[in-house]
Design a protein around this ligand. Structure first.
Ligand SMILES: Nc1ncnc2c1ncn2[C@@H]1O[C@H](COP(=O)(O)OP(=O)(O)OP(=O)(O)O)[C@@H](O)[C@H]1O
Ligand SMILES: [Mg+2]
Length: 234
């Protein structure tokens, strides 16, 4: 379980997150939705050790995570797939994956590359090709595959659907849900695409201007008309 309690983050005078509390159980997807500037990426970056909390606490399976270096958090099992697909275009698919598993032993790494290719067959077919030659959907698969190479317990996905065709979005999010269930991962999924995110999530959290305006079962949020009109714009 990833637990976030009363988390606040400021950028100078900007209160990006104010007293945010979220619980992300293992084995399921928890969606964080909200408009531009709601604080979604700030939440993810703070949990991955890339932004500094001004207050509050967070823990993974009972171990405190705030204030630790990002590489220590990776070792504790927290993997971030940042906004904008963080693959290295000059490297091949396989090199990108191996980079993701850097800190693991050689034998471990070889197994994991195979596991990622089992999950994403298209990456196996393109293992020797440059990441720059991949389509948007394939590159997103590579970014997720690279995060999986760290053998995470908690996966933080920041807008994996951005810029992808609807059918690819559905494929990727369905796979994310399966990953959560099959590998018992605590998945925190940030999306502006609320409809699709709430379809694969068990719980949902709506952020607006750095504050949680609603949290509860994903189906309840999806069917809450006033909330959708007020914060989600559809
Ligand atoms: N490095 C930064 N310095 C100053 N302000 C920042 C910084 N990063 C984000 N902010 C501000 O913090 C707030 C939250 O931004 P954040 O990127 O977390 O939102 P978001 O929900 O991810 O938005 P989007 O949907 O556009 O990705 C915004 O007001 C943003 O302008
Ligand atoms: Mg963002």
């Amino acid at each position: 379980m990833l637990t976030v309690s009363d988390l606040s983050v400021n950028y100078g005078p900007v209160h990006a997150l104010s007293h945010v509390s979220i619980e992300v159980p293992r084995g399921e997807v928890t969606a964080v939705i909200g408009a531009n500037g709601a604080g979604k990426s700030t939440l993810m970056r703070t949990l991955a050790g890339l932004a500094k909390a001004a207050g509050g606490s967070a823990s993974l399976d009972g171990n405190p995570i705030l204030g630790r270096k990002s590489e220590d958090l990776v070792r504790m099992g927290i993997a971030l797939v940042p906004e904008g697909r963080s693959t290295i275009p000059e490297l091949t698919v396989e090199e990108n994956l191996r980079l993701g598993g850097m800190w693991r032993s050689r034998a471990d790494r070889a197994t994991s590359v195979g596991e990622v290719f089992d999950l994403f067959p298209v990456l196996g077919q393109r293992r020797s090709m440059g990441a720059a030659t991949l389509s948007g959907g394939e590159r997103q698969q590579l970014a997720i595959g690279r995060a999986l190479m760290c053998d995470p317990r908690c996966l933080l996905l920041d807008e994996p659907s951005l810029g992808l065709a609807p059918i690819i979005v559905t494929q990727i999010l369905t796979l994310v849900k399966r990953l959560a269930t099959d590998s018992n991962l605590a998945v925190l999924l940030v999306e502006q695409n609320a409809v699709t995110a709430l379809r694969v999530a068990t719980q949902g959290v709506v952020l607006n201007l750095g504050q949680v305006v609603m949290a509860g079962p994903a189906a309840e949020i999806a069917s809450h008309d006033e909330l959708r009109h007020a914060y989600l714009g559809y």
